[in-house]
Design a protein around this ligand. Sequence first.
Ligand SMILES: CCCCCCC[C@H](O)CC(=O)SCCNC(=O)CCNC(=O)[C@H](O)C(C)(C)COP(=O)([O-])OP(=O)([O-])OC[C@H]1O[C@@H](n2cnc3c(N)ncnc32)[C@H](O)[C@@H]1OP(=O)([O-])[O-]
Ligand SMILES: NC(=O)c1ccc[n+]([C@@H]2O[C@H](COP(=O)([O-])OP(=O)(O)OC[C@H]3O[C@@H](n4cnc5c(N)ncnc54)[C@H](O)[C@@H]3O)[C@@H](O)[C@H]2O)c1
Length: 309
Amino acid sequence: MAFFAHQIRRGFSSSAVRNVVIKQVTIIGGGQMGAGIAQVAASTGHSVTLVDTSDDILKKSIKTIEGSLKRVVKKKFADKPEAGEEFIQKVLKNVSTSTDVGSAVQGSDLVLEAIVENLKIKQDLFSRLDKLAPAHTIFASNTSSLPISDISSATNRLDRFGGLHFFNPVPMMKLVEVIGTSTTSQETFDSLLNFSKVLGKTPVSCKDTPGFIVNRLFVPYLYEAIRLYERGHGSKEDIDIAMKLGVGYPMGPFELSDYIGLDTIKFIMDGWREMDPDNTLFAPSELMDKLVAEGKLGKKTGEGFYKYK
Ligand SMILES: CCCCCCC[C@H](O)CC(=O)SCCNC(=O)CCNC(=O)[C@H](O)C(C)(C)COP(=O)([O-])OP(=O)([O-])OC[C@H]1O[C@@H](n2cnc3c(N)ncnc32)[C@H](O)[C@@H]1OP(=O)([O-])[O-]
Ligand SMILES: NC(=O)c1ccc[n+]([C@@H]2O[C@H](COP(=O)([O-])OP(=O)(O)OC[C@H]3O[C@@H](n4cnc5c(N)ncnc54)[C@H](O)[C@@H]3O)[C@@H](O)[C@H]2O)c1
């Protein structure tokens, strides 16, 4: 069994909630991750409000969700295209959009944040939300690398705050890391675990440590692959082939770095190096710094380690 929530001891403060059953979800940030999480939550019968800074961005998020749903139904309803179309419309009906966080959090059981990976911006958002959301509402962040306790410290609901870390592409990746801080109540943690299961994902319990489980192992792996290439020990193509065929990874480290975004990866590594400067696992890469400085951020800009145009 991958998780033993009941065995995890954590500090409790008085909670306004007992095992909230999450039905209504507000997702803040309609980018790669937010749109994917909204899709999965809506597909599993939740009522979802997706929030971003402009209607144009939200229109793009809905388009992304529609495109991804089409890929899902192509397989799921291979022989019944009408049922597939019906499913898409049903899911889309469960998603509404808003640029006003204040109204979007009313009635919400869970507010899940998937905005830019910047501590100050996340803290400002949650500090505002804390005053606007109902007392029972659980807050969670999808951060890849920031301590959940640093984000939750901007609020007065430390017991109703945890981490829910999804993986990209959300509709395909089965894992969710559920993160409890020393102040997350057991009720909140259990609600987040249950929610992940209802989404059809497999949750694992994580401590609030840098990178939780996956990224703590994954970030040094990606960086070591880049250093291997920098030292001339192998071509990018050969390293990618080696990791795909040698250990069965679906993407090699350079393909995956381009898929995630080189700016995101560098940002995470720079932050960890600041926290632990002597750790050689967190050493920088000249090539990575150069590509990011040149705006070659991977698939999203048309070029990273590889070219996409
Ligand atoms: C330094 C590190 C820093 C970390 C940074 C942040 C990282 C973060 O915190 C954690 C992560 O996410 S880490 C990142 C973790 N992520 C990884 O490690 C990802 C590793 N990669 C993979 O798992 C696979 O390459 C993919 C699943 C992406 C594509 O699969 P493939 O076989 O190579 O290519 P395919 O044939 O095209 O697609 C196959 C099937 O998938 C379907 N489909 C795809 N996208 C879809 C979507 N958006 N919607 C719906 N469906 C989608 C597609 O339709 C097809 O369906 P079919 O019915 O079978 O025809
Ligand atoms: N990309 C990944 O592979 C991945 C995987 C797991 C977790 N994450 C984490 O998820 C979060 C989002 O990442 P992403 O890749 O979806 O980013 P993204 O850039 O694709 O999307 C972020 C969205 O948030 C919106 N936004 C920014 N500030 C906002 C605010 N104050 N209010 C409302 N919306 C705001 C932006 O307009 C944008 O649409 C980050 O914390 C990231 O570390 C990313």
